[in-house]
Design a protein around this ligand. Structure first.
Ligand SMILES: N[C@H](CCC[C@H](N)C(=O)O)C(=O)O
Length: 304
């Protein structure tokens, strides 16, 4: 039986990037048409059958005055979310590499507000991640009043955690040793716990001293990642609220270190770290009926 020839869709240019191993497919949706359904995002996120990434980052024209771009974020499961810290640093590098701007201070609109990206030396980027939110309905987290530490029942086990929003929801637990932490077992149970009605990113925080911590994060919609920028911010905020950390903390993640600073309630969390471009590629999207996708990739050209 002849294979019915399926229509082929347009080519899509993308760049593969990462922030400390938290990896992204980044798409300029200003210079090219772009519309992906969640099932398509899931396919592309697949590390065997697709490109493979933790999040898809999309650059769109600004929707607000005095903002340079709109920044949309999709998890590997296709869900659209409000914040991605490592992605924000890659976003800043991408829009300059692609000559979409030559600014060094870039304001981007996310689903939950506006964040400011500041490109520094040697590929480092500083991000103003905004002011953390603790009011349970705004996280969202089911609680009758705000607390610095909540107790949550997980299959009969009592777990103590902090809950807050960095634009996206986070739960943070203290552990003795991140290498022994039950990330694979407890992570998914807490990610989908009923007290997190929008699910949550779950951080396992080991405090070494008042200015150094280790962290692993089981991310909402993507599973454990090598690094999580908003998770690092949430972890430092949780540690500060418990009186265990100073204002400037080095967070050691599996993919490398981030520096996080927070001066206390009502002030924004500042994050500084690298942004790496790996390669540029293009793929053919399926036509309406779904078509064969050809993928070509070439090493990323370093911007002079
Ligand atoms: N990797 C991202 C977090 C993505 C958040 C996403 N997993 C969510 O559902 O909120 C970061 O560096 O902040």
């Amino acid at each position: 039986m002849t294979q019915q020839r399926r229509t082929q869709g347009p080519m899509l240019r993308f760049t593969k990037m990462h922030g400390l191993g938290n990896d992204f497919m980044v798409v300029d949706a200003i210079s090219q048409p772009f519309r992906l359904r969640p099932e398509m995002i899931r396919e592309l996120a697949n590390r065997n059958f697709g490109i493979g990434f933790d999040q898809l980052l999309v650059v769109e024209p600004p929707g607000l005055p005095d903002v340079d771009f709109r920044y949309r974020i999709f998890n590997a499961d296709g869900s659209e979310v409000e914040q991605c810290g490592n992605g924000a640093r890659c976003f800043a590098r991408f829009v300059r590499d692609q000559r979409l701007t030559n600014k060094k201070v870039i304001r981007v609109q996310t689903a939950k507000g506006v964040i400011e990206l500041r490109v520094g030396r040697e590929g480092m980027v500083m991000v103003n991640m905004g002011v953390p939110e603790f009011n349970p309905p705004a996280i969202p987290f089911a609680a009758d009043r705000r607390k610095d530490v909540y107790t949550v029942d997980v299959d009969g086990q009592t777990v103590e955690l902090s809950a807050l929003s960095m634009g996206n929801p986070h739960g943070v637990l203290l552990v003795e040793d991140v290498d022994q932490a039950p990330v694979e077992t407890l992570g998914p149970k807490l990610e989908r716990h009923p007290r997190f009605p929008a699910r949550a990113n779950i951080g396992f925080l080991q405090i070494l001293d008042r200015t150094h911590v280790r962290l692993r994060v089981f991310e909402r919609g993507s599973g454990e990642t090598l690094a999580c920028g908003s998770g690092a911010c949430a972890a430092v905020v949780a540690g500060c609220l418990r009186g265990l950390l100073d204002a400037r903390v080095e967070v050691e993640l599996r993919g490398g270190p981030l520096v996080i600073e927070w001066q206390g309630e009502g002030t924004p969390v500042m994050m500084e770290g690298p942004a790496t471009s790996v390669f540029e590629g293009q793929l053919r999207l399926p036509g309406d009926s779904g078509g064969r996708r050809r993928r070509s990739a070439r090493p990323h050209k370093q911007r002079s």
